[in-house]
Design a protein. Sequence first.
Length: 186
Amino acid sequence: MQNTILSRFSRLLVAALTIVLLAPAVALAADRAALERDARNAYQKLVARVPAAKALSREADAVLVFPKIIKAGLVVGGQYGDGVLFRGEKVVGFYNTSGASYGLQAGAQEYGYVMFLMNEKAVHALSRNEGLEIGVGPSVVVVDQGMGKTMTTTTATEDIYAFIFSQKGLMAGIGLQGNKITRINP
């Protein structure tokens, strides 16, 4: 009788440990699936609405999509978001972007952005030095509405082009800011 109780307890303990150990992996897979879906949707909407994004999408070596970034600050600020790196239709990595800022600033904002990595140098910069620091390495051009209307693939000569979209909230100020993009380990 005691062996039966001990055997049942052991099986129950093994089952519980299995659930506890596998739950984070299942949750991570679900989170990544949702992130991939959100990134694909944001990217498709951008390419459908902005002719320059559509043109760049045909020429880019890879596209890094951050569908949702949260930024907030009051003198000291920060931002964070997760994204997906696509080569063609294939997902080749998951990344996060984080940054800190200091200065005369106040507010909170949510937005997304897409980075078109136009050459292998830009793609390789993501894996060097534990990530890509914006402002160090390949040149990044933020495309505004005016530039987006006149840009073509023949005038696009920089390493990385970024499009910001879906801005909500208000963030104002001036100050120093640093931003880093880092690969999320599998």
